[in-house]
Design a protein around this ligand. Structure first.
Ligand code: GLN
Length: 453
């Protein structure tokens, strides 16, 4: 098999599904075929499992010469002049960029419906959302357009769409993967991660993108293990904490049932299960939306209509350039976050909102550290529900925000977390089981997740 065969196969699948699914903003067909031909000329490296394999990138990961929109009108025609570190690394490993996937605008959302480029549909049921914000990456993998895609996760954007699409998605430890070239949303939460069907593929790709990068001062100098070593390892004696709060009010019965089944399976394989409490869970959502929006309001100041991106026409003066470009370039959800964040950071409200939320973050982090000090994993559902109907929640932002209740805490604490496919609810929709580990212990997640394959 050649790299060209693989790219052609992927492009055929894109051709077959894109009109229904809309997982891609940009399909990189010509360049991908050319890159494959170049690899074939030298022959696929048999010792390198990534050589010649097509992959898709969420459209907030910058790609040199390939438009990178972040799902926004603001960047509709933005052609970056450099590659993100993760793209560089995977190019070097011989992977082929098949295209850029659809997402909620600037990664703000949980359904991919805030994209400027029309929503993505869930391949399991085209009337339903794929989740978000990495909904395009998840749908592309679930529809078989690619075997792997990268996503980003600020408050659940890899794990929740992975759950809704029945695939494996991992958000590594904060600092594990360089954020250089990731269009920033909430910089103290953002992490790039991997979305695949197979757990082992994920381990291979995560090993390739991890590691220190001098261009991202928050990237860790820790040694990166070969994560594939954990695949299929015995889980006997693994200590698993199951928080009561993750099975409380507001969590679908069908979701609970499947996750409980998954826990039973782990128990049969020798894992030891403890029931624990994470009392601050109820404060996660409000604290996250204050903190992430505050960071976003600062990060998004750079889109001013001057330096790059969308610029409004018919402007009279400089203020007009700023105001009109931002009014026309950003969609409603992004504006809501900018206003919320600007308010929370403003003099007089800073202590009441930003500071208070930062204190809550510390408490949540301590909660996690305590439980993870004598457990290998925390397990519960990834999302309170399964994929909902398109249009069902988009007019009620608060309702949508509360769907992140189970994923946000891992970003608050900076710990690695993944969603593992855990069967289907009674409507035949995929359910995700979330596994959360200690900082830099992605290995435990790979170990336990691979037990389900
Ligand atoms: N749904 C969350 C939000 O809208 C998380 C998004 C993300 O992880 N990028 O902020």
């Amino acid at each position: 098999i050649t790299a060209s065969d693989l790219v052609e196969h992927s492009l055929d699948a894109v051709e077959a599904h894109e009109s229904d699914v809309n997982a891609f903003v940009t399909v990189n067909d010509r360049q991908a075929l050319a890159d494959a031909a170049a690899i074939d000329e030298q022959g696929i490296d048999p010792d390198n499992p990534l050589s010649g394999i097509p992959i898709a990138y969420k459209d907030n990961i910058v790609t040199k010469g390939i438009r990178t929109t972040a799902g926004s009108r603001m960047l509709e025609n933005f052609n970056p002049v450099y590659d993100a570190t993760v793209v560089n690394k995977l190019n070097t490993a011989g992977m082929i960029n098949l295209g850029k996937t659809n997402m909620d605008e600037f990664a703000m959302g949980s359904s991919t419906e805030t994209s400027y480029f029309e929503p993505t549909k869930n391949p399991w049921d085209l009337d339903r959302v794929p989740g978000g914000s990495s909904g395009g990456s998840a749908a592309a993998v679930a529809a078989g357009e690619v075997v792997a895609a990268l996503g980003s996760d600020t408050g659940g954007s890899i794990r929740q769409p992975a759950a809704y699409n029945g695939i494996f998605g991992i958000k590594p430890t904060y600092g594990r993967v360089s954020r250089w070239g990731l269009i920033a949303f909430g910089s103290s939460f953002d992490q790039i991660g991997v979305m695949t069907r197979r757990v082992k593929d994920s381990a291979t790709i995560l090993s390739a993108i991890s590691g220190h990068d001098e261009k991202d001062s928050t990237s860790s100098k820790r040694e990166v293990p070969d994560f594939t070593q954990f695949i299929g390892q015995d889980i006997k004696g693994m200590r698993i904490a199951v928080p009561d709060e993750f099975f409380g009010e507001g969590i679908d019965e069908g979701v609970k049932l499947q996750v409980e089944k998954g826990l039973k399976q782990l128990e049969q394989l020798g894992a030891v299960i403890d029931h624990v409490q994470l009392p601050y869970t109820k404060y996660c959502v409000p604290a996250y939306y204050v903190l992430a929006s505050s960071e976003a309001s600062s990060n998004l100041q750079r889109f001013d209509g001057i330096r790059y991106g969308f610029r409004a026409e018919d402007v009279k003066n400089l203020t007009d350039v700023y105001v009109k470009s931002r009014s026309e370039g950003f969609g409603p959800e992004v504006k809501r976050r900018i206003m919320l964040g600007t308010f929370a950071l403003s003099a007089g409200y800073y202590d009441a909102y930003f500071n208070k939320a930062a204190q809550v973050r510390t408490l949540i982090k301590q909660d996690f550290e305590k439980i993870l000090s004598d457990h290998d994993l925390i397990i519960g559902p990834t999302s309170p529900d399964t994929a909902f109907k398109l249009g069902e929640n988009i007019s009620d932002p608060l309702k949508l925000y509360f769907k992140d209740v189970l994923t946000i805490s891992a970003n608050m604490a900076g710990v690695p977390a993944a969603s593992v496919p855990a069967g289907f609810d009674d409507q035949g929709l995929p359910v995700g089981m979330q596994m959360i580990a200690k900082r830099f212990d992605e290995g435990s997640i790979f170990k336990a997740a691979s037990a389900f394959e």
